[in-house]
Design a protein around this ligand. Sequence first.
Ligand code: IPE
Ligand code: IPE
Ligand code: MG
Length: 254
Amino acid sequence: MRPLIEQIDKTRLPKHIAIIMDGNGRWAEEKGQERLYGHFHGVESVRNIVEGCAELGVEYLTLYAFSNENWDRPRTEVDGLMALLVDTIRKEVPILNKNNIRMHMIGNMEMLPDSAQKALQEAIALTGHNTGLNLIMALSYSSRWELVNAVKKIGMDVKAGRIDPETIDQNTVEHYLTTSNFPDPELMIRTSGEYRISNFLLYQLAYAELYFTNTRWPDFRKENLYEAIIDFQFRERRFGKTGKQIQKEAHLTS
Ligand code: IPE
Ligand code: IPE
Ligand code: MG
């Protein structure tokens, strides 16, 4: 068998991959350890997958690291995760710069502890000039929070006379989302055998291909990523049209 990486068609890579990094807690518990031990090991997977995407030439990678709902977890887990976040971001900045990776953040920044806000703002500023992979961290993020905020801002701009409600279309809505600078994900991966979206990019995933794997996040490595991309490349993306139409279009452009 040819190595997986060679089976990937580099001309048809998903431009944007989004990942729900799930299963850290169970991974640890299965080893008789505390849940935080799983989060700690999950960082190694983040490094490996970020590097894998950068090497392949994927343009955007969004990682769902902490949801708005995750604030309801036990205090020790939340505090441990925030400390790990600050520590990891600080350590990773030189590596991001070395690999030409630019960091972004989507989510409710104000909810994060000051130390995490500071570390994030620094990392975003220090990597702002990079032109390779765009790494988008979803932190204290939830899609409904984002949509409610967008509606609120649109309402305020209508009230202030900055936009005419008659002209509101999809472009307007997209402009008010936290992802306004990024294209929609084409491939969404969720690890750990859960088959749900958990309040992640509900609007933006409208036509994403969904890929679910039982592998827990701390075990997820480049080879698993390659498998997901190969699977993606076998899908027929129809966008509402018929298979026949899509095949004809592919024939005309090839
Ligand atoms: C994902 O792993 C990481 C975060 C949500 C922060 P979990 O912590 O959800 O792990 P499981 O799903 O409980 O195994
Ligand atoms: C989704 O995972 C959020 C992140 C991976 C950050 P959860 O573990 O919080 O999702 P549910 O609760 O199983 O749906
Ligand atoms: Mg989980």
